[in-house]
Design a protein around this ligand. Structure first.
Ligand code: SF4
Length: 186
């Protein structure tokens, strides 16, 4: 499969010994990126241009780990906090509301996918971009509660966020990794 805007992906797949005319791989996608109004504020983070570029190579399956954890939409915001019990996902207004386990457990819903596209900066879905609030009031960046569980459960699964894939070379490498994962090459 070759389209005018395929970012050289067909060529890269062929060079890797993969058939670009094979059916698309299955990509887990943060539901808000697919346009589902599942954010805490009831809005979405639809990213149509990136999805269009991925669509020749991947079909999409949506998951929002916060909605899956039963948090509802809209919902009070949550954030990552460093605590004496480690990194916890807790309510910004009510630190007693700890949803770490419920959100991490959503990884059990992830089956038979060949890669994941997750929302940057989210305390659940972020990949090294989620703000971690330290006890002394400072901040650092880390994985979200769901994405860290996904990495632990599926260490070889190609995972990226929508910001990194704006770069054509990274997009191409990501699609290649997803297809190689499906072939069992990696
Ligand atoms: S938890 Fe993930 S999928 Fe759900 S709204 Fe936040 S970033 Fe999007």
């Amino acid at each position: 499969m070759t389209t005018p805007a395929d970012d050289g992906i067909a060529h890269a797949l062929r060079n890797a010994g993969l058939d670009p005319d094979a059916p698309p791989a299955l990509l887990l996608v943060s539901a808000c990126l697919l346009g589902r109004p599942v954010r805490y504020d009831g809005r979405d983070k639809y990213t149509p241009l990136l999805l269009q570029r991925l669509a020749p190579w991947c079909r999409f399956t949506a998951l929002c780990p916060e909605v899956g954890a039963g948090l509802g939409t809209p919902r009070p915001p949550i954030a990552l906090y460093e605590t004496s019990a480690g990194v916890r996902l807790q309510g910004c207004d009510d630190r007693q509301r700890d949803v770490t386990v419920a959100v991490r457990d959503q990884v059990q819903r992830v089956t038979n996918v060949h890669g994941a596209l997750l929302k940057a900066r989210s305390p659940s879905c972020g990949l090294g971009t989620a703000v971690l609030h330290q006890a002394d009031g400072s901040h650092s960046l880390t994985d979200g509660a769901f994405s860290s569980a996904l990495r632990a459960q599926h260490p070889l699964l190609p995972i990226a966020d929508e910001v990194s894939l704006q770069q054509p070379a990274r997009l191409q490498n990501f699609v290649l990794a997803v297809w190689r994962y499906r072939q069992g090459i990696d």
